[in-house]
Ligand binder design. Structure first.
Ligand code: PLP
Length: 418
């Protein structure tokens, strides 16, 4: 309560903006992830990995726009590319050079992607990939994992009734439950079009898949003639060619999103040539903004010149080192609190490691998660409300040291609650 009161007192303008916005938008904004209590922090501006809110507080940005902010807020080469594209005119209703060049970059980098198409969001990329799988196989059913997140209409809850939004028949299995998933795939062999899986659950809590689990999905889908779809919207940052390259497991289709267009709106789906060839006239895939000039120009420089495979490798290593330092500090404090994840993505957990699959949070865990967010915000560190950090390239060693120290202080100050 004391942490909430302090937050409310420190953010009067954020609160006023939220109250006004609630009159015209259910939830007070248009991103469910930003609808949290008491009200979300409204930001005014960002630079590199810093943010300033409307009440004048500065933050180290470790939210990293839920992984889309990989380049920070002011990468000069991305700004220049966007400004140059703007200067050449918006909405040209035509193809342009950047579109093909960005596509070439992605096909060269991701082992599974022979051919690719662009969308406006990761959600759309997944909807199109699953549509392609259904058309290619002539089957209707999709298998997904409890706690997986593939976009606003492709949210697979942990338990309880299936969300009404998922626009096709689907089958649920438990993440990292190899035997259960393989049995379900075999049991639905004649109806199953695709299995969609995040190589690491992102929104579900930065829970990595076991390599043998993904390998078993690869084998079982091949056996029954279903397609394997890797949703690498978040995880593609883990190496130059995503987690598929890192693990040596090649899905039939891959979806991308988030940071790939340098921070502009983006999504993509791609994969085996014979599947993607469906879009050469047989399957429609229109979309006014699919190749919008700002995203294409920003993506070309982001993937071509900035986030090279070497940079991806280095960022992965820095993330691993950060998590090791965090977990060492927390272990020394004698708490079960730890950070799950791999590479440059981490989520705070208030139960012992390892965590194999998403779980229903206890009331205590919910409360601790909120307290962690509030305490980090008070210390000038902005994270996703669920306690996820996604490193951006401008984050410096000194920033990471400060984060580790602040988490250590949290464990000391709140030790009695942990
Ligand atoms: N897939 C994964 C793994 C995601 O984490 C997200 C977004 O958080 C999406 C898909 C949806 O992407 P978008 O928000 O661009 O629609």
């Amino acid at each position: 309560d004391e942490a909430r009161e302090r937050y409310v007192a420190a953010h009067p303008r954020s609160r006023a903006l939220h109250e006004a916005a609630r009159q015209v938008m259910p939830g007070g904004n248009t991103r469910s992830v930003l609808s949290y209590g008491p009200f979300p922090i409204a930001m005014e501006r960002g630079e590199d990995c810093r943010l300033w809110d409307v009440d004048g507080h500065g933050y180290l940005d470790l939210c990293g726009e839920y992984t889309a902010g990989l380049f920070g807020h002011s990468e000069p080469r991305i700004h220049a590319a966007v400004q140059a594209a703007m200067a050449r005119g918006l909405n040209l209703a035509a193809v342009g050079a950047a579109e093909g060049e960005l596509a070439s970059l992605l096909c060269a980098r991701f082992p599974s992607i022979d051919l690719v198409r662009f969308t406006n969001s990761g959600t759309e990329g997944n909807l199109m990939a699953l549509t392609a799988a259904r058309a290619f196989t002539g089957r209707d059913m999709i298998m997904a994992f409890r706690g997986g997140y593939h976009g606003g209409v492709l949210l697979f809850s942990l338990n309880g009734p299936a969300p009404v939004t998922v626009p096709f028949p689907f089958l649920m299995a438990d993440y990292n439950d190899t035997a259960g998933a393989v049995a379900a795939i075999r049991a639905h062999a004649d109806r199953l079009a695709a299995v969609i899986v995040e190589p690491m659950l992102g929104s579900g809590g930065c829970i990595p898949a076991r390599p043998d689990f993904l390998a078993a999905l690869r084998e079982a889908t091949r056996e029954v003639g279903a397609l394997l779809v890797f949703d690498e919207v978040m995880t593609s940052r883990m190496s130059g060619g995503g987690m598929q390259e890192q693990l040596g497991i090649t899905p039939d289709l891959t979806t991308l999103g988030k940071y790939v267009a340098g921070g502009m709106s983006f999504g993509a789906f791609g994969g085996r040539a014979e599947v993607m060839a469906l879009f050469d006239g047989r399957l429609p895939h229109a979309g006014t903004f699919n190749n919008n000039v700002l995203s294409m120009a920003a993506g070309r420089v982001a993937m071509g010149a900035i986030f090279t495979p070497e940079v991806a490798q280095a960022l992965f290593g820095r993330g691993e080192a950060m998590r090791a330092a965090l977990n060492e500090t927390l272990a020394r404090a004698g708490t079960a609190m730890h950070f799950s994840g791999i590479g440059s993505m981490a989520t705070v957990q208030f139960r012992p490691a390892p965590i194999e699959r998403p779980f229903v949070q206890t009331e205590r865990e919910e409360a601790l998660r909120e307290l962690f967010f509030l305490d980090m915000a008070a210390a000038g560190i902005y994270m996703a409300r669920r306690g996820m950090a996604a490193l951006s390239l401008p984050v410096a060693e000194a920033d990471l040291d400060r984060f580790v120290a602040t988490v250590g202080e949290f464990a000391q100050a709140r030790g009695a609650l942990l």
